[in-house]
Design a protein. Structure first.
Length: 134
């Protein structure tokens, strides 16, 4: 098998998905490993295109929690707290979620903080934020 030819097709397919949008493609026919590989590549391309939320959604569809944490850490270190919050929520990383939620409150990014506290099932914080900052 000519792997470079395979990768060219793979890259082309990933670019097609980026341009058409994640929600327009039915991934159910692809096997788990192929689907994951394609979606991780799609996430990389979305990130290059300046579409971080779409990148996070692709990783979530791929079920790649390690990459979600990697992207979340990258966004956190880049002071992109909303994107970090989304990545950590999908990765279901409780420790990172609590940390980014506190930062979001401090930075007055209340929608992201509420999303994280809802995922953490912290109704007290959700109610407090909604009552005072929404």
């Amino acid at each position: 098998i000519n792997t470079s030819k395979y990768m060219d097709k793979f890259d082309s397919l990933a670019w097609d998905i980026v341009h058409k949008g994640l929600n327009t493609i039915d991934f159910s026919m692809l096997g788990g490993n192929v689907r994951k590989e394609i979606l991780v590549k799609v996430a990389e391309l979305f990130l290059k295109e300046g579409k971080p939320i779409e990148a996070i959604n692709a990783l979530n569809m791929a079920g790649d929690k390690e990459k979600l944490i990697e992207y979340g850490d990258y966004f956190l270190n880049s002071n992109r707290f909303t994107e970090a919050a989304h990545a950590f929520v999908y990765a279901d990383d409780t420790k990172r979620m609590r940390y980014v939620a506190e930062i979001c409150v401090r930075e007055e990014i209340y929608d992201a903080a509420i999303m994280v506290y809802e995922k953490l099932d912290d109704q007290e914080m959700v109610s407090y934020l909604k009552a005072n900052f929404k």
